[in-house]
Write a protein that binds this ligand. Sequence first.
Ligand code: F0G
Length: 463
Amino acid sequence: MRSSTLETASAPSPVTLYAHGAETLKASAALVCIEVACGERYALSEVLYQCPRCGSLLEVAYDWRGADSTLWKQTWRARRMDNQALNQSGVWRYREMFPFVDDAAQVVTLREGNTPLLQSPGAAQYAGLHSIAFKHQGFNPTHSFKDNGMTVGVTQARRIGRKRVACVSTGNTSASMAAYASAAGLTPVIFLPHGNISFGKLSQALEYGALTLQVDANFDQILALVRQVSERSGVYLLNSINPFRIEGQKTMGLELLDQLDWQAPDWLVVPGGNLGNTAAFGKGFLEAYRLGLISKLPKLGVVQAEGAAPFYRFMLDPKPKGFVPETNPETLATAIRIGDPVSWPKAWNAIREAGGAVESASEQEIADAKAVIGRAGIGCEPASAATLAGIRKLVAKGVIGADEQVVAVLTGSVLKDPDYIFKYHTGQLKTPGGEPIVSTFGNQPMVVPNDADAILRVLDGVA
Ligand code: F0G
């Protein structure tokens, strides 16, 4: 049985939706084609994922004139002290940056965002940096960064009156969509590459009540299928090609800047799969820069797994028609096992605008970096650790300076893929091609007798 009794953002007393300056922006919000030569505009109420005129991607754009960013900074800080659901959300707190909702009661929130920025001297040393900070999105309600975008995507589904929502996923999008859709009283329909998602993520989808369809195909093939199905059935598509998801995800960058008192870091590094996240950070930072919220743009670092690195290869020699998808992507970091990333044009634009670099990391490099993040007491899932592995390589190449301020985004929690962790620490992890991965930082569990003396001898040996 589905229910919509969840506490949405509606509160006993009416919430002031927008600070001064944002009400006027609402009227200017439109879906705009990202292709400069086209630039066609569409109403936000239209259900579009690509420009009907030229086929390029769409984004939500605003006319920022009239924005009062100084007042907004104060408003956002003050909202942290407030008990209204809308203000407790680390996404909706920044709603002046995506002012298209008219009624607080439409918002579906599980108090997403509010994720910490964690320093790790150990990880910094491993990367060859003086310091590094991790923006840990695994602290979200469904334990990945997808919640930041999903709260906005599902809210839009509700605004336009859709009852069913769908996505294909390597696991995290589906877990997040399942939770938010069920919370909103909508029906979540998810499509998964059969046998290629972690058990933790699959279990979340089942627990949150999604209709779960496992397809014998890879992510890219299923995305084409789901787009067809959604077009023919009217099910609302919530993959990151959906521009409203990106609006929510860009608040990760805003929250980060707020946490740094609006002093932008030199680098922001993310793992790259479908490249929606790269696009979201790029858009958020660019808007913050244009509004005068920050005085410099962080450079963007993107790290892909070696076996699923079409964007890395493209960026070695980027040309408008030069993007070649990877037809058989393979990596143990299943979250980023994607060969034909939909958002590559947006990601490319973002890197051209801000500067940056794209790197790739091997299975061994990702596994070791992940263990280093774990030993710092932080932990993350395999795809997230690609950041540290890539940063280490970029520092060694001199692309990132040792004294630059680097923030890496940990996209999912350590418990998303426990099977991988156990195999790494016990020397059983193998690459998709069957090559053994060395447990460089392995930590084997020990079997001990039920005997205090024997245990004390063990303790003496390790302390
Ligand atoms: N890290 C994690 C943990 C992810 O789940 C994903 C994407 C990424 C990084 C890459 O982000 O696609 O925006 O470049 N997961 C999607 C999913 C594809 O279906 O959950 P991206």
